[in-house]
Design a protein around this ligand. Structure first.
Ligand code: DQA
Length: 146
């Protein structure tokens, strides 16, 4: 089972950016966490991060025919990007949305999630653990669909 994990803008700045919200662990620590979470599930995980909306759209399109599912934290593009929503709909792979923080308890502009409209599930406000929950969810979903 192959899962693409996509992280959007500024998530490469984890450990530096707004530590009171996002914590002290850096992006490398997130990658290690994701790989450690994927291994016992037998998931072959590919991680991608970009600060560019178009590059994220390209990554989603590139998953078509190659990956079984997508875990995505589109970061700020969550709240603005119809292009990412359309890309997720276009490939029609099962996708799970993750946010480190509880976006629903933050500014009102963070309450809308375009990407989430194309996702089968969202894990919000669980920190790194949200990525593990997303992988478990896709693992179970894809195994039951098989
Ligand atoms: C985020 C929440 C977004 O609102 C924000 O723009 C981010 C990170 C999160 O993981 O909590 O960059 O997606």
């Amino acid at each position: 089972m192959k899962i693409l994990v996509i992280n959007g803008p500024n998530l490469n700045m984890l450990g530096i950016r707004e530590k009171e919200l996002y914590g002290k662990q850096d992006y490398e620590a997130l990658l290690a966490f994701v790989r450690d979470a994927a291994a016992p599930l037998g998931i072959d995980v590919e991680c991608f991060q970009s600060n560019s909306e178009g590059a994220i759209v390209d990554a989603i399109q590139g998953a078509y025919g190659r990956m079984d599912g997508i875990v995505i934290n589109p970061a700020a593009y969550t709240h603005t990007s119809v292009a990412i929503l359309d890309a997720l709909k276009a490939v029609s792979l099962p996708a799970v949305e993750v946010h480190l923080t509880n976006v629903n308890e933050r500014e009102s502009f963070r309450h809308i999630s375009y990407a989430g409209m194309a996702c089968v599930k969202s894990f919000i406000g669980l920190g790194f653990e949200g990525y593990r929950q997303a992988l478990i969810y896709l693992h179970d979903l894809l195994n039951h669909a098989a």
